[in-house]
Design a protein around this ligand. Structure first.
Ligand SMILES: NC(=O)c1ccc[n+]([C@@H]2O[C@H](COP(=O)([O-])OP(=O)(O)OC[C@H]3O[C@@H](n4cnc5c(N)ncnc54)[C@H](OP(=O)(O)O)[C@@H]3O)[C@@H](O)[C@H]2O)c1
Length: 301
């Protein structure tokens, strides 16, 4: 049993939930920040070793209190509101400053692949600045730069469209290669950084086992479900209207450049097991007997 306290900031997010699960299953005590007043902490109620704490991360005093007795800080924040990148910037800097005052011994920072490059994607570029802020804080750090999480392929709206209409809808071009990474594989790598000092003071690009396009994902889904799935491209201006410039610019970047990273060396060096999309979807229930018979319902997946 470990005796270290880990604070996961952004614990109800895709990566945040994976960190909480993996760390607590490994015997760490985890404080999981949840937005106040929405009952979001309930997801952790029955998870051994996890204490949900209500914190508005825009509130400096609330961060200060949450940081008490923290040995390891995990930052997994995506900004919200009209200017998400600015929001993320403010919150992350406050977290790092509070961690310094609390003499936290290690920060694990969830950045993004290509954070250090000129992408014109606001929430990517802000992470480039935040990485530098963390590196100059004096706190030992591990910076993780994941590609896109594959978890989104199992989102309710995607499942609903695929299972009910046989259509996979996305703004990403059919031929754009992306290295989808399962959030729990990211969390497993973060866990490794707690026991292997080689991972301290370093930045890691992290992707899935191989680049894959929507064309190939459709084939995987069709095979699992035993019926032909077709593709519908969501226009980029619709993404911009619904989710704002930041998300639209990210998709434009993907479609122009792809988002791939060769994991061969990292995988070998650290003996990583990387989840394939086929396995991920199967584990989520895609391709079960009921779906193969086309008698789908949201509850069955
Ligand atoms: N998603 C991807 O494919 C991907 C790929 C590479 C890198 N990343 C990066 O990884 C990080 C985590 O991504 P994610 O997909 O896990 O994000 P996410 O699902 O949107 O989660 C973000 C978390 O931050 C919390 N949060 C934001 N503002 C808050 C506030 N003021 N007070 C309390 N909580 C607040 C959110 O809570 P609420 O839900 O209550 O707002 C949520 O728990 C981000 O920096 C993202 O850019 C993501």
């Amino acid at each position: 049993m470990y005796h270290k306290n880990i604070l996961v900031a952004g614990a109800t997010g895709t990566a945040g939930r994976a960190y909480v699960e993996v760390f607590s299953e490994s015997g760490y005590r985890v404080k999981a920040t949840v937005r106040p007043g929405k009952g979001k902490g309930r997801v952790f109620t029955n998870t051994k070793g996890v204490e949900p704490i209500e914190v508005d991360l825009r509130n400096k005093n609330a961060i200060e209190i949450a940081m008490r007795d923290t040995d390891i800080l995990v930052v997994s924040i995506l900004g919200r509101g009209e200017n998400p990148a600015a929001d993320e910037d403010t919150i992350t800097r406050m977290l790092v400053d509070a961690a310094k005052r609390a003499k936290v011994e290690h920060i694990i920072y969830t950045s993004v692949y290509r954070a250090n490059e000129k992408t014109n994607v606001p929430h990517f570029e802000v992470k480039g600045h935040l990485e530098k802020y963390i590196e100059s804080s004096g706190i030992p750090y591990t910076i993780l730069r994941p590609c896109t999480f594959m978890d989104a392929l199992n989102a309710d709206w995607i499942k609903e469209s695929v299972l009910q209409k046989g259509v996979l809808a996305s703004p990403t071009d059919l031929e754009t290669p992306i290295n989808y990474l399962f959030s729990k594989d990211l969390a497993q790598f973060a866990l490794l950084s707690l026991s292997n000092s080689e991972l301290i003071g370093k930045v890691f690009n992290l992707g899935g086992p191989e680049p894959i396009t929507y064309k190939e994902i459709i084939r995987v889904m069709s095979d699992l479900l035993g019926r032909k799935i077709t593709y519908h491209q969501i226009p980029i201006n619709q993404v911009e209207e619904q989710f704002g410039f930041d998300m639209a610019e990210m998709i434009r970047y993907f479609n122009k450049n792809g988002f791939t990273f060769d994991m061969t060396l990292t995988k070998e060096k650290y003996s990583l097991t990387l989840t394939t999309i086929n396995k991920f979807l199967k584990d989520c229930g895609w391709g079960t007997a009921s779906t193969e018979k086309n008698s789908f319902s949201r509850r069955e997946i």
